[in-house]
Design a protein around this ligand. Structure first.
Ligand SMILES: C[S@@+](CC[C@H](N)C(=O)[O-])C[C@H]1O[C@@H](n2cnc3c(N)ncnc32)[C@H](O)[C@@H]1O
Ligand SMILES: [Zn+2]
Length: 404
């Protein structure tokens, strides 16, 4: 198909990302002051910082395609320059078609141009449609996608309902959220409104953010008698990302609703625990220090990483050279290690701060806990974080012993 006539009325440059090239806004032209966030000032959105987000998506969808062992279809309904969907078609083996769309006319035209630039017009379609409208049109049997990738400005919640309906049974939903102020508890009311769960400003708020988004996806899916299984998630830079595989059936929906619950947290001694129901525990005192506890939720208490899926992604990453390969292999190896770890993590510096003591190394803390027989792992969420089933007071005592 010949390319429609294309002219561009704003400064652009050609970039290379992954295996594709793309014409994108010249971000330098939109940065008048050092504080300016150029991607959102340009007429079409392109953020080079999100390259790793797209790389990890390529790996996750490739792992999913290998599991499915057939050709897959992908929808990227908030495509901007088209770079995401174009990369999926060019870099993932076994992709039959990619449908991309953007409501912004300049994005639509630029994405169309970029599809032609990469010679992918046979497999990538670009639409100029509202995302919910597009997804709803694909919410019927034989029209559904294997994968839907929601990568919006801010929160993905307005697209979750139609995205789940546009997925076939066992399909994969990926969603990015950049609204970390609500999700991490700075604007708690907005989080309760949007995600249906209360956040908490703790040192592990990024994990709570992932669990709030996953809980919201599970709740939205359950309304349609669909269950979810979170296969991968990560918190990187200014965003979180959740990959959830859906499964049709009321029993699966009931099972995923059973994975919802609350995290209770003591701001005095850093004790934390999880509970599946609104129970008497909310009104009882912290079992370690007797202080009143606060809570977050309802949120997803099930797994937020599937070890097997992490392994598959790591396998794929060894076959692919990305600009971010170093960061990605670190992320994937940490993710695999922490997949079986309990919910929440301690940040060593926070405990030291509380005790007004020097800060030990994370490895010394991990080894000390391991020697005492506790489950331990580092976490990708925080390089100073420790995931463990040890009580807060055990960590405090161990830390004191290490630094004295
Ligand atoms: C964060 S950008 C997407 C970035 C892109 N996914 C990437 O990886 O480069 C969000 C995009 O959603 C588009 N958008 C916003 N609301 C929309 C809607 N209701 N339907 C379709 N597109 C929409 C915006 O025009 C913008 O291009
Ligand atoms: Zn306490």
């Amino acid at each position: 198909m010949a390319e429609p006539e294309f002219t561009v009325d704003f400064p652009t440059e050609t970039i290379q990302e992954g295996k594709v090239k793309a014409l994108v806004p010249k971000l330098q032209a939109y940065k008048k002051q050092p504080s300016d966030y150029a991607p959102s000032k340009a007429p079409v959105f392109y953020n080079p910082v999100m390259e790793l987000n797209r790389d990890v998506s390529v790996l996750a969808f490739q792992a999913y395609q290998r599991m499915a062992n057939r050709e897959i279809s992908i929808c990227d309904p908030l495509t901007a320059s088209g770079i995401r969907g174009i990369r999926f078609a060019a870099e993932i083996h076994g992709v039959k078609k990619v449908v991309t769309s953007d409501i912004n006319e300049r994005s639509f035209k630029l994405a169309q141009h970029n599809v032609h630039l990469n010679g992918l017009q046979n497999r990538v379609t670009v639409k100029h449609k509202d995302a919910n409208c597009l997804l709803s049109c694909h919410g019927a049997p034989r029209r559904r996608f294997d994968v839907v990738d929601i990568d919006p400005f801010g929160s993905p919640v307005s697209y979750l309902d139609s995205a789940v309906r546009a997925l076939r049974n066992k399909g994969l939903l990926a969603a990015t959220a950049t609204d970390l102020a609500p999700l991490c508890g700075v604007h708690a009311k907005a989080c309760i409104r949007k995600y249906g769960g209360k956040p908490l400003r703790t040192e592990y708020c990024q994990e709570l953010a992932v669990r709030l988004l996953a809980g919201c996806i599970a709740t939205v899916a359950a309304k349609q008698d669909i269950g979810v299984r979170v296969v991968f998630s990560h918190s990187t830079d200014h965003y979180i990302r959740v990959y959830a595989q859906i499964g049709y059936g009321a029993k699966k929906a009931d099972a995923s609703i059973k994975s919802l619950g609350y995290v209770l947290h003591c701001f005095n001694c850093l004790h934390r625990e999880t509970t599946k129901a609104l129970s008497q525990r909310f009104f009882e005192k912290c079992p370690e220090c007797g202080s009143k506890m606060d809570w977050a939720g309802p949120l997803w208490l099930g797994k937020i990483l599937d070890q097997q899926f992490c392994k598959l992604m790591a396998q794929e990453s060894r076959r692919t050279a990305f600009r971010n390969s170093g960061k990605i292999s670190k992320l994937l190896s940490l993710a695999e290690e922490e997949a079986e770890a309990p919910a929440t993590y301690y940040v060593i510096d926070k405990i030291s701060n509380k005790l007004s003591s020097p800060v030990p190394s994370v490895s010394a803390m991990l080894q000390g806990l391991r020697d005492k027989g506790f489950q331990v792992s580092p976490t990708h969420f925080n390089s100073r974080g420790v995931k463990t089933d040890a009580p807060a007071l055990v960590l405090q005592n161990l830390l004191k012993k290490i630094v004295t």
